[in-house]
Design a protein around this ligand. Structure first.
Ligand SMILES: Nc1nc2c(ncn2[C@@H]2O[C@H](COP(=O)(O)OP(=O)(O)OP(=O)(O)O)[C@@H](O)[C@H]2O)c(=O)[nH]1
Length: 258
């Protein structure tokens, strides 16, 4: 059978990333409360392609993934990237693993238990200068506007926001610790299940703890700065404003190695 991918391309243009995107695949990740958690990831896998090749071998990405079955986690991402490089004769390899992760939360007054979903991503790359791993955690929060609270005779506008933290680290850190740190940096954390007494509690807590989007990124950044395992981080906060049809947004990046 003709191997079209292996034909020569004469345009002299190397490709930085080529591969497969949005593969749904079961994975098992470490879970501090339960040992492990099974979830389903959406995975992107890419390699570079030298200028003289017409195409990459798409089937081999899936072969690599299949070799690892559902055993795809932060600890073996380097092995997977090495396997991609080897199987596809590439100089660089990239993998992005996005998945929902569930944590059981307890409502503040009633003690009602419920699961909350967080979106997590592992982003790994390997090239001539070595391995690069980034963990991304998206945490939903409540924020209440300090300006609105100050100037209004009654109430204050509040909204759901999402804080997106990305970290590079020198030692293992728990996703749960990053989530906790963020939840403690907002006007209030969010829950899937709240009874009336809980609703009163979270409403009053947010009112007593007003925060701009700037306050959230500063609060989270200050705390991440003190975590010794973390060597680089970014913090993004987006508030889906309840008085506007647009979001308020803030971003901080810090490289502790500099
Ligand atoms: N490179 C490339 N392949 C594509 C694309 N769209 C579909 N494919 C298909 O991906 C399939 C797998 O290609 P390969 O991995 O080279 O398959 P193979 O030659 O059987 O496998 P190897 O022997 O390991 O190279 C082929 O059927 C391609 O046609 C595309 O845009 N680019």
């Amino acid at each position: 059978m003709e191997d079209v991918q292996n034909q020569t391309d004469h345009r002299n243009i190397p490709i930085d990333k080529v591969g497969v995107k949005d593969i749904r695949h079961p994975i098992t990740v470490l879970d501090r409360a339960n040992g492990v958690q099974k979830t389903v990831a959406s995975i992107n896998m890419y390699v570079n392609l030298p200028h003289h090749y017409k195409g990459t071998h798409m089937s081999r990405f899936i072969e690599v993934l299949s070799d690892y079955s559902d055993n795809i986690n932060l600890r073996n991402l380097k092995d997977i990237l090495e396997a991609m490089k080897k199987r596809l004769n590439a100089h660089s390899a990239h993998i992005e693993v996005d998945f929902p992760y569930f944590i059981k939360k307890t409502a503040p007054v009633s003690g009602a238990r419920s699961l909350l979903e967080y979106n997590i991503a592992y982003r790994g790359s390997i090239n001539g200068s070595g391995l690069d791993l980034v963990v991304e955690v998206k945490v939903p929060v409540t924020t209440l506007c300090p300006c609105s609270q100050m100037i209004s005779d009654q109430g204050a506008h509040n909204q759901r926001g999402v804080v997106n933290v990305a970290v590079r680290f020198k030692e293992f850190i728990w996703i749960e610790d990053i989530i906790r740190l963020v939840e403690e940096s907002a006007s209030c954390e969010v829950f899937s299940l709240l009874k009336r007494q809980d609703e009163k509690y979270v409403t009053e807590k947010a009112y007593g703890n007003p925060m701009f989007v700037e306050d959230v990124v500063r609060e989270v950044s200050g705390k991440l700065d003190k975590v010794p395992e973390i060597i680089w981080f970014t913090v993004e906060s987006e508030n889906f404003e309840s008085i506007h049809n647009h979001s308020a947004y803030a971003y901080v990046e810090k490289d502790k190695r500099k």
